[in-house]
Design a protein around this ligand. Structure first.
Ligand code: HAM
Length: 505
């Protein structure tokens, strides 16, 4: 208890744990965290949907290294961006190379596209990726220094239909997870029309310089587009009167954007035309978009974002006019939304059988049974390191398995094994050599019964409803009482048989 308290008092103002001076206990690096086994079900649910969407739309998986030459990101994302200027984990390695831990995936993927001559494949080359990204940002809720993204990039095709389809794919990812989102869409045109827009922005904001936050004062000089993206209250009030990018789009950019919107209308997808989103990376051209949760009206914690980047390949040394479009989703934020909304995701590992043993010779045999069942694809659990049968059965109960196979000295001698139905508490003796077939049949029957339960019962034919946990707990209680008095007899052993039982083993 004192340790817990101690950790709690060691949080900084943003709620992030910090190591206390002089204390020996080690903790994770600020802004980075462990994803524990109990949280994996959320992460796996997100990964599964991401992979399914990649399959559905024909995106092949690509892995790029965590480390790239710093230049890939500096040139790709833009030297004036917050990511490159302030947030990159960049260093010189012992060989004198300037390297950076990837802050995002797109620039590295384009580097790979160029390096491996993917331009010679059928275009667009459609790539899917997932993994950790690193940004040395101020840690706060929904913002980590190691965070996880999955994303999709379609390289080599300028058609606006592709923009619309990618926007839909991201929305589908969230929708399949049960999350409602509104897509924010904008166009920032090509570099030519953007230059005019930037000038107009500077003209509008310059007289207000003193009222702007420190970052915006810097943005005014270095990256005026980002002025529109500021979430500071003091700066927000100027946004409404600011020039609108859509008024500065040239004919081609306007045509492209109108087409994207037409396709989106056709898709009947909830989107908002938001002229104030600009994105924080310099490589974008034309369409940009973000996914905001339907309860996040200001986009303070966007779940994903992306856009078109028709000039990126060229910036990274590739062929001129290599178009590209894509997006990535923030897995950390999606997981936290799933939790916040209490969305049920299925357990990643739910064993159906537990193999329990009592006595040394039985333990040896259960090793074999366990391996046989596991290899046949049964979902099976065990605790061979526990000698106490009651402890094993308690664990089986906690794991909510349907059947526990019990092997004791008596069963080993007789060539049998006990099959205990954990819900009903009924035990049956089965021939040891037939256990695989026997348990397969029992599980089939059980799955069938579960399916049948989905069909509505006849009126007046409602079964007594008893919470499963309560029933299991009650059964276990009965079983344990029974076990205390009967095990000895049931297994034909004497006190000596239990002498090896050791909770602390
Ligand atoms: P981004 O908007 O920087 O875009 O990141 C995409 C998503 O990653 C964000 O919407 C957010 O959910 C998540 N994210 C970003 N930073 C953090 C953080 N510090 N902690 C937790 N989550 C974070 C890109 O990265 C572009 N590469 C997207 C793209 C792909 N554009 C074209 N293709």
């Amino acid at each position: 208890m004192s340790r817990l308290k101690k950790i709690e008092t060691d949080k900084d103002s943003s709620g992030v744990k910090k190591p206390r001076k002089g204390r020996k206990e080690m903790i994770n690096v600020t802004g980075m965290r462990d994803i524990l086994p109990q949280d994996q079900k959320y992460w796996q649910a997100v990964s599964k949907v991401a992979e399914k969407v990649a399959d559905d739309y024909g995106y092949g998986r690509i892995e790029t290294p965590i480390l790239e030459y710093t230049e890939v990101f500096a040139r790709g994302i833009g030297k004036q961006t917050d990511i490159v200027e302030k947030e990159m984990y960049a260093f010189e390695d012992s060989g004198g190379d300037n390297l950076a831990m990837r802050p995002e995936g797109t620039a590295a993927i384009i580097r790979s596209y160029i390096q491996h001559g993917m331009i010679n494949q059928i275009q667009p080359v459609k790539l899917f990726y997932a993994g950790p990204m690193f940004r040395h940002d101020k840690p706060q809720s929904g913002r980590y220094r190691q965070f996880y993204q999955f994303g999709y990039e379609a390289i080599g095709e300028p058609n606006p239909a592709l923009d619309a389809q990618l926007i839909l794919m991201g929305w589908n990812c969230l929708n399949e997870l049960g999350l409602e989102s509104v897509v924010q869409v904008n166009s920032i045109g090509c570099p030519t029309c953007r230059e005019e827009f930037k000038k107009a922005l500077v003209k509008y904001y310059k007289p207000k310089t003193k009222q702007l936050c420190e970052s915006c004062q810097r943005r005014l000089i270095k990256n005026p587009l980002r002025l529109l993206d500021c979430k500071e209250e003091g700066c927000q009030k100027f946004k409404d009167g600011a020039p609108q990018i859509l008024d500065y789009l040239d004919e081609e950019c306007k045509k492209h954007f109108m087409k994207v919107l037409e396709y989106l209308d056709e898709l009947d997808l909830p989107y908002v035309l938001n002229s104030q989103i600009v994105r924080g990376l310099d490589y974008y051209t034309r369409t940009i978009f973000e996914y905001w949760s339907n309860d996040d009206s200001e986009g303070k914690s966007a779940m994903g974002g992306g856009g078109r980047y028709d000039g990126l390949a060229e910036i990274l040394g590739g062929r001129e006019n290599t178009p590209g479009v894509g997006f990535s989703m923030g897995m950390d934020r999606i997981v936290s939304k799933l939790r916040e909304k209490e969305i049920n995701v299925t357990e990643t590992y739910q064993p159906e059988i537990f193999v329990a043993q009592l006595g040394e010779s039985a333990k040896k045999k259960t090793f074999v049974v366990y391996e046989k069942l596991r290899k046949k694809g049964f979902k099976v659990a065990q605790a061979f390191y526990k000698d106490n049968l009651k402890t094993q059965l308690e664990l089986a109960n906690k794991l909510k398995v349907k059947f526990t196979l019990i092997l004791g000295q008596k069963e080993v001698g007789e060539g049998t094994i006990l099959v205990r139905d954990m819900e009903g508490g009924i035990q049956e003796v089965v021939d040891f050599n037939k256990i695989e077939n026997d348990i397969a049949k029992r599980l089939d029957k059980w799955h069938q019964q579960k399916l049948e339960k989905f069909t509505a019962p006849e009126e007046g034919d409602m079964p007594e409803v008893r919470p499963k946990g309560e029933k299991r707990a009650k059964d276990l209680e009965d079983f344990n009482d029974e076990a205390d008095s009967n095990f000895e007899g049931a297994y034909g052993g004497g006190d000596a048989m239990f002498s090896g039982d050791n909770e602390d083993y």
